[in-house]
Design a protein around this ligand. Structure first.
Ligand code: SAJ
Length: 421
């Protein structure tokens, strides 16, 4: 049985490792965090994802999945570590991938394949990771294969999308690409695998996320316009999307997550003139400021230190992930303006921007409830109970997620971002 060593057991690495382990492959999942490794040994995933506990159980029952804090010898090494943004220079920080390559070097043998699933900047497979791995004395394309196949599954539906999305595979050589194709055919349908060169695979991924960022920026611009024009952006987008060739996304308090808010910069760094992409980034980055402006309009200038309740700090609905969340920027800005903040997010277990409180505590004495994340559970909130606890019945819903009629019946004044009808 082919042996795969997966480096990085996060949101992409763990499902990838488990999909191979449940499809006729022996897998060792490696993570430098021993808590993660130990928890997985006990069958407990360290983050929420649909179907993940079941998949982990299946892999452990089959005895095809092991975890370790050290890289081991294998036929294939798959790097699934994060590639954050270097915030000072707005370029890809590829340090973790380089570190992954360096960890592989002592175990790299002739005939091995190294696959990079992390999102990376154009040309880096050839110009950076090849050179790093060749410090082993082995030559890429001759002694080992180097391939990029970007992960493209959406958090919240990762496992389904890893199997059902089209997969782009780009190796430094055709032979490597073919070898990787055979590997992924274990769980991806043959007709959904597309083979190309490494640089094309790198750029396809960046283009997809950039396209989504631009689309959301347009929705946000429409929302701000709608406030000025006295219309409801949600209604206009709904009608516009009835057109067979229009698909506008939703406005919101900003774009978060480890991908859409970051990856467009990886394209910008390689060109001198990506103005449209930079403009979209700046529109989306400005949305927490705009959300604060709306909050100030709701509160007026009477209250000196208003109490704001934040509902949701996850970067998007129905996930427990707070990376790059627009909530953090909003909270920092609000605090600068003397607002007191209380936070409730029933999905998140930890958050850098403040203490996570139970709902009752978070809404107690609140002057305004600000919905930042569109968790489905917020639709079920009981405004009658909340009405008894707050100081003022104000709500700013930046995601248009609450059941507004129910809230209005309890006397709440509801402001929806982009709706000024
Ligand atoms: N958002 C909006 N309005 C929308 C949709 C999203 O404001 O209509 C916001 C979300 O609230 C969130 C951010 O955008 O803050 C990003 O969320 P998302 O659901 O658009 O995307 P991610 O970051 O969870 O996952 C994306 C996906 N890319 C595309 O759909 C092109 C996913 O397929 C990628 O695998 C992932 O990035 C990645 O890892 O790159």
């Amino acid at each position: 049985m082919e042996k795969v060593c997966v480096l990085g057991l996060g949101y992409i690495g763990l499902p990838t490792a488990l999909l191979f382990a449940t499809h006729n492959t022996k897998v060792v999942g490696v993570d430098i965090n021993s808590d993660v490794v130990n928890s997985l040994k006990k069958g407990i995933p360290h983050f929420e994802e649909k179907g993940l506990p079941e998949l982990l159980k299946e892999a452990l029952d089959k005895k095809t999945f092991e975890t370790s804090t050290e890289v081991v010898e294998a036929d294939v090494f798959i790097i699934c570590v994060q590639t954050p943004l270097d915030k000072e220079y707005h370029v890809a920080d590829l340090e973790f991938v380089v570190l992954g390559c360096e960890m592989i070097i002592p175990y790299l043998k002739k005939g091995n394949m190294v696959i990079i699933e992390s999102t990376i900047s154009p040309g880096s497979s050839e110009n950076l990771f090849r050179k790093t791995l060749e410090k082993s004395g082995l030559k890429a394309g001759k002694d080992f294969y180097l391939v990029h196949t970007p992960e493209r599954a959406i958090p919240g539906n990762t496992i389904y999308e890893m199997i059902n999305n089209h997969r782009i595979i780009g190796g430094l050589t055709k032979e490597g690409t073919e070898k990787a194709r055979k590997l992924y055919e274990k769980f991806v349908p043959k007709n959904k695998i597309h083979c190309t060169d490494a640089k094309t695979a790198e750029i396809v991924k960046l283009m997809e996320n950039t396209y989504r960022d631009l689309n959301i920026a347009l929705a946000n611009e429409f929302a701000i316009m709608s406030e000025e024009l006295g219309i409801d952006v949600w209604e206009t987008i709904k009608y516009a999307n009835f057109h067979p060739r229009v698909d506008i996304l939703k406005p919101g308090p900003g774009v978060g997550g480890h991908c859409i808010a970051i990856d467009p910069w990886f394209l910008v760094e390689t060109t001198l003139n990506a103005q449209l992409i930079q403009m979209a980034r700046s529109i989306n980055d400005s949305m927490p400021y705009y959300t604060l402006r709306l909050t100030k309009q709701i509160l007026g200038s009477e209250i000196e230190f208003p109490m704001i309740t934040i509902l949701g700090v996850a970067y998007k609905g129905n996930v427990d992930d707070t990376r790059e969340t627009p909530a953090l920027k909003y909270i920092h800005l609000a605090e600068k303006y003397g607002m007191q903040i209380k936070i409730h997010d029933p999905l998140c277990k930890e958050f850098d921007g403040g203490e996570l409180l139970p709902l009752e505590e978070a809404v107690k004495d609140s002057d305004c409830i600000v919905v930042i994340t569109d968790h489905d559970v917020f639709k079920e909130l009981d405004p009658a109970k909340i009405a008894k606890l707050v100081k003022q019945k104000n709500v700013l819903d930046t995601r248009n997620v609450l059941d507004h009629e129910k809230w209005r019946k309890e006397g709440f004044k509801i402001k929806i971002l982009g709706d000024n009808k």
